[in-house]
Design a protein around this ligand. Sequence first.
Ligand SMILES: [Zn+2]
Length: 85
Amino acid sequence: MSPYIKIKCNKCNAVHPVKTVDFQNETYVVDDDREMGEEICIESSYEWNCVECNSPLSIKIEKFEYPVGVENWTDVTTEGCEVVK
Ligand SMILES: [Zn+2]
């Protein structure tokens, strides 16, 4: 994962980076009974307030691996903001 993710606030349109090192990571097993072993999900989430307008923002990145070590797909959920490419 890159050290920063650029975020745009939906309320004031301020663009600012968030550090992925500050994210809370949690790994859990999605499915433990598949041909190639377990499918896991690494969930990284972060909540903060916009640097400009102080509105509550959050991001959640779910990375699914199956088999373990092979990234299958990533799901990004945001609230109050969006990821700037
Ligand atoms: Zn804002």
